[in-house]
Design a protein around this ligand. Structure first.
Ligand SMILES: [Zn+2]
Length: 277
């Protein structure tokens, strides 16, 4: 599943291609991938200018002006790409947006449809809501301050479960939870409120550093993830523990172990990350 660095890379790529462009055409393949304010999607989008493309946690926010936003969630297998309009249309392309006097076309492709699109107006008019609610997102993990991080994890829950829950901190998923816990020397099953201040500070630094480095590398390409230009990312070559069971820890050479934490496949170095329970 694309996490913060992958979504940031996609948002930046799309922003480069479509910011300032006016929407000329909308082709919606499946109506049931769009949720939110109950307005006809194609009519809602057509003629609007894209003012800004940003990100909140794992969500891409495409601001359309007039208090209107199109939110894209990539889910497990979703891709948002900006390609030449003559590029052959792949199967599972659910939305195509073309622009005035531009050859670029923005496309949302999602074979498994765990992702989706949300049309929002500000202030919200919940009365005519259609489809799924947009999942809430906490403080963004890329820019979270130490104090915000400390407050977000001061709970009686396992640290990895807390990091994956998007409500206190937005953007961290399975890969970057494991990678930052390893770098910080914290066992994923440690109860978060039992970390001392030095441990919390170390983990906060590692989360931000790992995410920054991964953004610079264009994200990690495992399974379906591609950038807005439909290219793979490169951070996966710098994974120290994720999907490396049995291989030596890059820091101490102890074989990486696989376990389950927060119901997810988890990778640790048993020496660098002693059990904190
Ligand atoms: Zn180690």
């Amino acid at each position: 599943m694309p996490e913060l660095p992958e979504v940031e890379t996609v948002a930046r790529g799309v922003a480069r291609h479509v910011t300032g462009c006016r929407i000329a055409s909308v082709v919606l393949g499946r109506g049931d991938i769009v949720h939110g304010e109950g307005v006809p999607v194609c009519a809602f989008l057509r003629g609007r200018r894209i003012e800004r493309v940003g990100r909140r946690g794992k969500q891409i926010h495409i601001e359309l002006g007039g208090g209107r936003t199109l939110v894209v969630h990539l889910g497990m297998t979703g891709r948002l790409i900006a390609v030449d309009r003559d590029t052959p249309v792949e199967t599972h392309t659910h939305l195509r947006i073309g622009f005035d006097r531009r050859r670029v076309e923005m496309r949302f492709i999602d074979p498994r449809r765990f992702g989706g699109l949300w049309l929002l107006v500000t202030p919200p008019t919940a009365a005519n809501w259609i489809g799924r609610r947009l999942p809430p997102v906490g403080v963004d993990a890329l820019t979270i301050s130490f104090k915000e991080f400390r407050d977000a994890i001061a709970r009686r829950r396992q640290i990895k479960a807390l990091m994956l829950d998007q409500r206190p901190i937005g953007g961290i998923g399975n890969i970057y939870a494991d990678e930052s816990l390893h770098r910080a020397g914290v066992h994923p099953l440690t109860r978060a409120d039992r970390l001392d201040t030095a441990g919390v500070r170390r983990l906060w630094r590692c989360v931000r550093r790992v995410l920054e480095q991964a953004v610079e590398a264009g994200g990690s390409s495992i399974s379906d993830y591609r950038t807005a230009d439909n290219e793979p990312g490169h951070f996966q070559v710098r994974h120290r523990v994720y999907q490396r069971a049995g291989r030596p820890c890059p820091k101490c050479r102890t074989p990486i172990e696989h376990l389950t934490a927060a119901g997810r496949s988890t990778f640790i170095c048993p020496k660098c990350q002693p059990s904190g329970r």
